[in-house]
Design a protein around this ligand. Structure first.
Ligand code: ADP
Ligand code: ZN
Ligand code: ZN
Length: 714
């Protein structure tokens, strides 16, 4: 007698089926088992789910289909993993199958049962080498602040917000917290999340250096999108096996790693928790940071229920926490839910850099560098020290324009200019990727006088080379300028090489985008300059100041990390608004003051964290259709008096800032609500209405829509 089973599979986006499908299996299957099943004309990967089979939907009309194969070489996914997926799907308004399958390595989806069995046989789990603690780097004696934090981590339940200045030794705290946990419990696992792993190869080295000698070469695995499918499968399997079966003890990964299957997860670290890259920007738009907090609670509940011994701590770390996390870590008496642990001092004698604001209103018009800044950089070079210049715009110039007519380098497919890249003489659209050789003459009037307007990192690098050409380096060699941005690091390994050259001191001035501001432990940089940060001060996105403040604090944090030079380290900011409150807080390195002001502003304006938001984005062939779809769906929600409608505010649809990308028109609608639960109730009830509105006559030409819960960019 075949057994009915519920299985989640990836159904097409926005199909009405968001839950599991019903199948038949020859033998009973426990929840979490991986299977291959027929779906339409394909065969696909599925996960056996807990839902009673009678509640699952039937894929096609007619008879129930049988599962094709059971991947019995892989242990079933745990109940806490299934609950994590279920929660993420519900919260972010996506199909369960979509979330579950996206959380599994692609190779698992693509390999047949036979291929997979072969792969599993080929890579037998190595028993982790015995600890050779003698050869291991046991870590440094902790500073008093680190010691205090470690004590709190051990005795308090968390969740923790580790608010530590740049260079205060947060990473060392993570390392020692992991070590204590893994030493005490041979089955325990830890998950360390970082924003972009390739930006911080140092961190991976530190973890491997610390733990591989201790727990074996297989004890640390990486999980991020830069891995090949076989590598990702290998990491995933190792984490899934767990240390008792010779698998990994530590997973080091980007946002996707929050869904790693780890049988005995006992610690989650979210480093640089404020970083926007923790929010997934397509498919299920989840926040890996928020999922990490939820997962730790879930693992506690589940482990407690199963073994009576469970706990899983979560540490969010940052020198400039997100305003939300900061707010959650207010005193418990005021309603705070996180425990704030502070490490205000830098390790060693190193002081934070002195911040100097340059009033650009007092400089010559259109000057790129204030003369005093150039002089300061020249002095650093003459002393053999390094400088870093931050400009958050890549390419040579953001626009190319004709001198005699109105022509500008607009992208034919987007409402944006194509950026001029001088290196390969191309005009490239950073939104749709459309690229062309730079025309010799103006395409409109034929005038050869077409010129770049504004500047990006490429042009800055060129300009600096001219300004510094006559500076004497103490070693008698020419001054060396390096540029790091998404263009200079396109090829695998180039970023590592470039970073290494900065570390060894071959580079005198490093020019780059935000990529250079994050996480790097540069020892010889004593001057950091931010050239033109003003745009974010008056952005329509209420989070822009928060992002700017953290970028500048992070950038400043790269300076003076070597105690010997720290006293003389400086951060220069060129601005037209030196009196702005953001810069006043920056000058004092005073994140709490900045956060307090932001919170007061947001409280007054009823913005997060004092309300909850979702965005519905619509893509269509015309702007009218995109907006009509949203406005129709909104009107239908009000008319149907959906649950939660009385509490939510539905704003009118508006075009997105960059309205057209790749010939698709984009609009969005903001939904606001004073409580998370009412917003959730409303969104769930609204889904079928949104789907039904697709076929409304006014929405003709709609390409797709997507709901973004807790959007990070408005
Ligand atoms: P953060 O992550 O807060 O920026 P790190 O953990 O990278 O700080 O520490 C900054 C520097 O200080 C690193 O070079 C690190 O090796 C060193 N460091 C950290 N903790 C200690 C300690 N207790 N004693 C000596 N050096 C330390
Ligand atoms: Zn022209
Ligand atoms: Zn384009």
């Amino acid at each position: 007698m075949p057994h009915p089973v519920s299985i989640v599979v990836q159904t097409p986006a926005h199909s009405a089926v968001a839950g599991p499908l019903s199948y038949l299996s020859e033998s009973p299957l426990s929840p979490g088992t991986l299977v291959r099943v027929p779906l339409g004309k394909r065969e696909t990967l599925g996960v056996v789910w807990d839902t009673p089979p009678e509640d699952a939907a039937v894929a096609t009309t007619g008879e129930l289909k049988h599962t094709s194969a059971v991947l019995d070489g892989i242990a079933p996914l745990s109940s806490s993993w299934r609950r994590l997926v279920q929660f993420a799907a519900q919260y972010y308004q996506r199909g369960m199958g979509e979330v579950a399958l996206a959380a599994l390595p692609p190779a698992l989806r693509d390999l047949s049962a036979v291929q997979l069995a072969r792969r599993l046989k080929r890579a037998p789990a190595k028993k982790a080498a015995a600890a050779t603690a003698s050869s291991a780097d046991l870590g440094k004696p902790l500073s008093p602040e680190q010691t205090q934090v470690m004590a709190e981590l051990q005795t308090q339940p968390g969740p923790f917000l580790l608010f530590g200045a740049t260079g205060s030794g947060k990473t060392e705290v993570y390392l020692q917290a992991v070590q204590q946990l893994l030493d005490a419990d041979p089955a325990a696992q830890a998950l360390i999340m970082v924003p972009e792993i390739n930006l911080t190869p140092q961190l991976e080295e530190r973890f491997r250096g610390r733990f591989e000698p201790r727990y074996g070469a297989a004890s640390v695995v990486a999980m991020h999108s830069g891995l090949t499918p076989p590598q990702r499968l290998k990491s995933w399997l190792s984490a899934h096996l767990g240390p008792l079966n010779g698998g990994a003890r530590i997973v080091l990964g980007t946002r996707m790693a929050v869904f790693a299957s780890m049988p005995r997860l006992r610690l989650i670290v979210v480093d640089e928790e404020h970083d926007p890259s923790y929010k997934q920007q397509e498919g299920a738009r989840y926040s890996a940071r928020d999922m990490a907090v939820f997962r730790s609670k879930l693992e506690c509940d589940m482990a407690g229920a199963e073994a009576g011994t469970g706990h899983c701590r979560v540490i969010l770390g940052s020198a400039t926490p997100s305003i939300e996390s900061w707010h959650h870590s207010r005193p418990a008496a005021e309603g705070g839910r996180y425990q704030r642990l502070a490490m205000p001092s830098r390790i060693g004698a190193g002081a934070l850099p002195k911040v100097r604001l340059v009033d650009m209103n007092l400089q010559r018009r259109k000057s790129v560098f204030a003369p005093a800044l150039i002089e300061a950089i020249q002095q650093r070079i003459a002393r053999g020290e390094q400088s870093m210049v931050l400009l958050n715009r890549r390419g040579y110039a953001p626009v190319l324009a004709c001198g005699s007519c109105e022509w500008k380098s607009e992208c034919p497919n987007c409402s944006a200019y194509r950026v001029f890249h001088k290196i390969d003489r191309s005009l490239r659209c950073h939104h749709c990727g459309f690229a062309e050789a730079v025309p010799r003459h103006c395409p409109a009037c034929g005038d050869p006088d077409i010129a770049p307007i504004g500047r990006g990192t490429e042009r800055l690098e060129e300009h600096l080379a001219e300004l510094l050409a006559n500076v004497e380096h103490p070693q008698g060699r020419p001054v060396r300028i390096a540029r790091i941005d998404a263009d200079s690091t396109k090829h695998k390994g180039t970023l590592e090489t470039q970073l290494a050259e900065v570390h060894t001191g071959e580079v005198d001035v490093l020019v780059g985008t935000q990529m250079i501001a994050k996480g790097h432990d540069f020892r010889r940089i004593t001057l950091v300059a931010a050239l033109n940060p003003d745009g974010a001060l008056f952005s329509s996105d209420f989070r822009a100041p928060e992002r700017l403040f953290s970028l500048l604090m992070q950038a400043g944090g790269r300076a003076g990390r070597d105690a010997a030079q720290a006293d003389a380290s400086e951060m220069w900011v060129q601005t037209q608004h030196p009196q702005h409150a953001l810069f006043a807080a920056l000058r004092r390195h005073d994140y709490p003051a900045f956060a307090k002001e932001q919170l007061a502003e947001r409280h007054g304006a009823h913005m997060p964290p004092f309300c909850f938001q979702a965005l519905v984005r619509a893509d269509a062939r015309t702007q009218e259709a995109a907006q009509a779809f949203l406005n129709q769906a909104s009107a239908a929600a009000v008319e149907a008096a959906l649950p939660g409608t009385d509490q939510v505010t539905l704003f009118p649809a508006v075009p997105m800032t960059i309205q057209r990308v790749a010939n698709v028109e984009r609009a969005q609608m903001l939904v606001e609500c004073p409580t998370r639960s009412a917003l959730q109730r409303f969104l769930s009830a609204w889904q079928p209405v949104l789907r039904a509105t697709r076929s409304h006559p006014e929405a003709k030409g709609l390409v797709r829509f997507a709901v973004d819960v807790d959007p990070q960019a408005i």
